[in-house]
Design a binder for this molecule. Structure first.
Ligand code: PLP
Length: 381
């Protein structure tokens, strides 16, 4: 298939606007010179708005997982109690990373179900250096209660390390107000840039907690700070310059749209997906409680009776639309539609229309139209 005809409606990587792709083709520059320093400063300035923080912000030339590892790798020493909340694939990943560095207390919930804050508080009462949690659990489409977890962590003197890989840039995240000590985002999600970079904010308390004798080498956040604090802002090692060009352009797009409008667009996009699914009798996958919500950037639905979600994915591919299936034990059982970054209402409607066509062909729905109409109603509100 022609790559340019492929509409990426998966939860990252996302479609990248032509002006961002063009930005990557500029000539290389000296990464120790003033020009690079200016680009890095500009990115950090706009990211501070996206993160709603005055904490230090760094950009790593590696994907989101590297920033997750940088955070726990610098904070956790082998006997440190680290509470790792897991209710999906990426919570599991955070737990696995933390277990390489600290003494992990797993707080596990069935994938797709909500976090129990009373259980978290009970663990915090016993003391913990840090809590890790995924804000927007991409694997299950649930939005976890970051504000409440941040406040609880502060109450008991623990650090809060948050994976905001698929929420930052597309949903409300208030790093300072919520007390998030380290927040991580990936370039290829709501930020709307190509994969390959991750960005993270680090609080003073988090830096103070990096008292280990031996920090990771490439992922040493103190080294990131030292380089960023130089007269000419730098990264410790050679940055992926073309990706920085792309990131800067993507952040300019964010600035032009404005964060409030961007978040509203993401909220409406996901609401339209949910309305369409409801109109077709398709159930959402997450089990919500009073503190959780459906994700505003990726929707996860149960596969209809008698139809494997991998089949739906393949059928959608035939019309050039890539949606996601389920991960690990959820493979075949759920399907996911991303509406991250610069995905437009037109993209969302085309996707929903095509799903309706596939479902009609397979006898899942009897009529064409109700799903798309329900989505249009939400988008036009
Ligand atoms: N955390 C979440 C919530 C994600 O969705 C992803 C990727 O999909 C990651 C972490 C891992 O990021 P990366 O693949 O950029 O390393």
């Amino acid at each position: 298939m022609d790559l340019e005809d492929n509409l990426l409606m998966m939860p990252g990587p996302v479609p990248v606007p032509p002006r961002v792709l063009r930005a990557m083709s500029k000539p290389m520059i000296n990464h120790r010179g003033a020009q690079f320093s200016g680009i890095y400063d500009d990115c950090r300035r706009i990211l501070a708005d996206v993160f709603e923080t005055e904490n230090d912000i760094f950009v790593l030339s590696s994907s989101g997982t590297a920033s997750m590892e940088a955070a726990v790798g610098c904070i956790a020493d082998k006997d440190d109690r680290i509470i790792s909340i897991e209710n999906g694939k990426f919570g599991e990943r955070f737990k696995d990373i933390a277990s390489r560095y600290g003494s992990v207390v797993p707080l596990e919930f069935e994938w797709g179900s909500s976090v129990d804050l009373d259980m978290l508080e009970a663990q915090l009462q016993e003391g913990a250096k840090a809590v890790t949690m995924v804000h927007n659990e991409t694997s299950t489409g649930i939005l976890n209660p970051a504000e409440q977890v941040g406040k609880l962590a502060k109450k008991y003197g623990s650090l809060f390390v948050m994976d905001g890989v698929t929420s930052l840039g597309g949903d409300n995240v208030f790093v300072d107000d919520w007390g998030v000590d380290v927040a991580v985002v990936g370039s290829q999600k709501c930020i709307g840039a190509p994969p390959g970079l991750s960005m993270l904010s680090v609080s003073e308390a988090a830096f103070d907690a990096m008292e280990k004798e031996s920090l990771p080498y490439y992922l040493d956040l103190k080294a990131c700070k030292k380089s960023a604090d130089k007269e000419k802002t730098q990264t410790p090692y050679t940055p992926a310059i073309p990706l920085f060009y792309a990131l800067q352009e993507s952040l300019h797009i964010i600035e032009e749209e404005g964060m409030d409008a961007r978040i509203e667009r993401h909220h409406k996009g996901a609401a339209a997906v949910r309305a369409a699914m409801d109109a077709m009798g398709i159930e959402m996958f997450p089990q919500l409680n009073e503190y959780s919500a459906y994700s505003n950037t990726v929707s996860a639905m149960k596969a209809p009776a008698g139809m494997d979600s991998e089949t739906l994915k393949k059928e959608m591919m035939k019309s050039g639309i890539t949606i996601a299936g389920g991960q690990a034990h959820l493979k075949g059982k759920i399907f996911r539609i991303g509406n991250m970054g610069n995905v437009s209402y037109r993209d969302i409607l085309s996707t929903l229309q095509q799903i309706e066509v596939v479902f009609k062909k397979r006898g899942v729905v009897s009529d064409l139209g109700p799903a798309t109409e329900a989505a249009i109603e939400v988008l036009c509100k």
